[in-house]
Write a protein that binds this ligand. Structure first.
Ligand SMILES: [Zn+2]
Length: 411
């Protein structure tokens, strides 16, 4: 009797061990693709992407059975947007409510922005400038909400001359953001393209970017004109915007390995498109809209200028905010149509190049074994018609399919 009892216990143990092993063994998912842009500028034809768990495990034209047939579409790695503001929304009155809202309405709006961004094919974003990004980042990371992978900066360092603090105070501020959970540091070093004066001294910028570097954090610096050179000399990682920088400033960026994230139109077009929602809210007086209209060509000219600088690393960043979440890809169209960016370069700027800027090349940005299975598909070929970026019909992030509008499931 005793022996039988032990035997049945063993059986139960064995059975549960088998069950747990099969539960842990990731199911294989095979995606068939006719055309794959690999994220690094290469094109693969008639192949299959094999996914296990959250990762791509191999590229194998003979893998079977096929779970998702994406032939007839253009398959590429999920895009990376280096500059968004997911918590920036319109309020219940329809008016611009900024990025700092903490009401239930603002919170749900931020979650909806994250969903819209993911559905638009963006599987990773840097959402910079509001501490409200952090709980959203964490909720998505634990799988509680659908959305892109988020990197965030917690509280930004907003330059205000002497009032920004001594170099030691600035260093303490940077350490505080790291403690709060920042993945990077966002710095406002200049005003706007109309008022481009520096808001931080060279000494203050040196302190901010040096302290971040010591902590292993990257620095994203909102800069125009002289602030571009100052941030470059300070050893900061990436310049946001950048107009009014000289060719020499841009060449110095190349020498120092500083990244550039310019904008070619979406952010300004969005202000004009949603003028009734922005006008009269802080920072958007009526007269601002004429100015916005007038400065769009200067942003185009700046990107054209930057494209001529050999070796300058230009990443994709839309500066998506209220009204443009989920329309991030319009920035690709602006860059290609209005600034002459090569369509393949535009794709790479939101894939492997952006991953490199994020220091995440070993995780995202390419279709390759060992990387996260972030895979999207477009109905159309963006190399022939850049407006295909508007037609994202399949989204997989970390091996989970969030959208499959057109692909045939052939289980
Ligand atoms: Zn921004």
């Amino acid at each position: 009797m005793k022996t039988i009892k032990i035997g049945s216990c063993l059986l139960v143990l064995l059975a549960s061990a088998v069950l747990s092993i099969s539960a842990q063994t990731p199911k294989q998912i095979v995606i068939a693709a006719g055309t794959v842009l690999d994220g690094k500028g290469g094109v693969l034809h008639n192949t299959r992407i094999v996914v296990e768990g959250s990762k791509i495990v191999r590229i194998d034209p003979n893998a079977a059975p096929v779970n998702y047939d994406l032939r007839g579409l253009t398959v590429l790695p999920g895009w990376i947007d280096s500059h968004v503001h997911l918590t920036w929304s319109f309020g219940p009155d329809g008016k611009n409510a900024g990025a700092g809202g903490t009401t239930p309405y603002a919170t749900y709006a931020a979650a909806a922005n994250a969903w819209a961004t993911l559905m638009a094919g963006f599987t990773t974003v840097q959402s910079v400038g509001s501490p409200n990004d952090l709980p959203l980042r964490d909720a998505i990371a634990r799988g509680a909400l659908p959305g892109p992978r988020i990197l965030s900066s917690a509280e930004p360092l907003i330059g205000s001359g002497e009032q920004s603090g001594t170099p030691d105070e600035i260093r303490a501020f940077v350490r505080k953001q790291k403690e709060a959970g920042a993945d990077l540091i966002k710095i406002f070093a200049a005003g706007s393209v109309r008022r481009p004066q520096m808001l931080l001294s060279q000494e203050q910028l040196n302190a901010a970017c040096d302290e971040a570097k010591k902590l292993g954090l990257r620095t994203l610096v909102h800069a125009y004109k002289d602030a571009v050179r100052a941030a470059t000399l300070a050893g900061c990682t990436e310049i946001e915007h950048g107009p009014l920088a000289t060719d020499d400033d841009l060449k110095l960026m190349v020498q120092k390995g500083v990244w550039l994230d310019p904008q070619a139109g979406l952010v300004m077009e969005n202000y004009l498109l949603n003028k009734d929602k922005f006008v009269g809210t802080p920072g958007f007086p009526e007269e601002a809209f004429q100015v916005i209209k007038e400065i769009i060509p200067s942003y185009h000219d700046f990107l054209k200028q930057a494209l001529k600088v050999p070796g300058l690393k230009i990443v994709f960043g839309s500066d998506a905010l209220a009204g443009s979440h989920g329309r991030n890809a319009e920035e690709f169209i602006d860059r290609v149509r209005d600034c002459g960016v090569d369509p393949m370069a535009a794709m790479v700027s939101a894939n492997s190049l952006a991953a490199e800027a994020l220091r995440m090349s070993d995780q995202i940005g390419s279709i390759a074994p060992g990387l996260e299975a972030d895979v999207i598909a477009l109905d159309g070929d963006p190399l022939k018609d850049i407006t295909a970026v508007r037609r994202v019909v399949f989204v997989m992030k970390g091996g989970v399919v969030y959208s499959n509008k057109k692909a045939q499931k052939t289980l």
